[in-house]
Design a binder for this molecule. Structure first.
Ligand code: GTP
Length: 195
């Protein structure tokens, strides 16, 4: 039987560098930023959750279930991942941020291949420069481990990833695939380069 894999798009941050505007909803080339990300994901998984801590009604218009961090509001991306793990019965969860408009369309199969080859608990994406720990595929059985980590007051997603059996999957052949947009200037620059 094929594996069930759900995805969560993290849009639950404070977006301070975006002047506090809700990052998933800022417009890029005429569409909310998260729509670019959703378009990259929609052919890769059957079910997508959107994790957002404000403007839930707006996010619901995109046609996917919206979840918040609950009582862990704004505790960082791991809190969003934990919330998604509470809302899935899938075996694996694909995690992406809302601000990466050029995510690879073969993200899932490549992360899955890396995870299986190394019999890892989670696989994170890397490019030629660095790792991107909020672009990951993880086994949902890690839910308790994340809850335990957060309950100690720790928040660091990369630190947590390093503490588990981790596969790093290279996308060095796709420069710019994980370009993320954090400021209004970066949105403008991206529009000028890509349109
Ligand atoms: N659920 C949830 N997601 C978060 C939280 N903080 C960051 N994220 C998400 O994690 C991804 C990377 O976040 P950053 O860009 O580092 O943080 P940000 O809050 O969005 O932006 P800055 O405040 O400008 O750093 C984005 O998709 C965020 O929406 C949080 O507290 N909860």
């Amino acid at each position: 039987m094929p594996r069930q894999i759900d995805a969560v798009v993290l849009a639950g941050g404070k977006a301070r560098r975006m002047d506090g505007d809700d990052k998933g909803l800022v417009l890029l080339a005429g569409q909310p930023l998260i729509v670019h990300t959703l378009n990259r994901l929609k052919n890769q998984v059957t079910r997508i959750l959107i994790n957002a801590n404000r403007n839930g009604d707006r996010y619901a218009e995109f046609g996917h279930q919206v979840i918040s961090d609950g009582n862990l509001d704004f505790a960082g991306p791991l809190a969003g991942i934990l919330s998604a793990l509470h809302h899935t019965s899938a075996e694996l969860l694909l995690v992406v941020p809302c601000d990466c408009p050029q995510l690879p369309e073969d993200l899932l199969p490549r992360l899955l291949a890396g995870l299986e080859q190394e019999n890892a608990e989670l696989a994170i994406a890397c490019d030629a420069q660095r790792s991107h720990p909020v672009v990951m595929l993880l086994r949902t059985e890690l839910k308790q481990a994340i809850a335990d980590y957060l309950s100690t007051g720790e928040r660091r997603v990369e630190h947590w990833c390093q503490s588990r059996k981790l596969a790093k999957v290279s996308f060095a052949d796709k420069p710019g695939a994980f370009t993320n947009l954090n400021t209004k200037d970066e949105l403008t620059q991206w529009e000028q380069t890509n349109h």
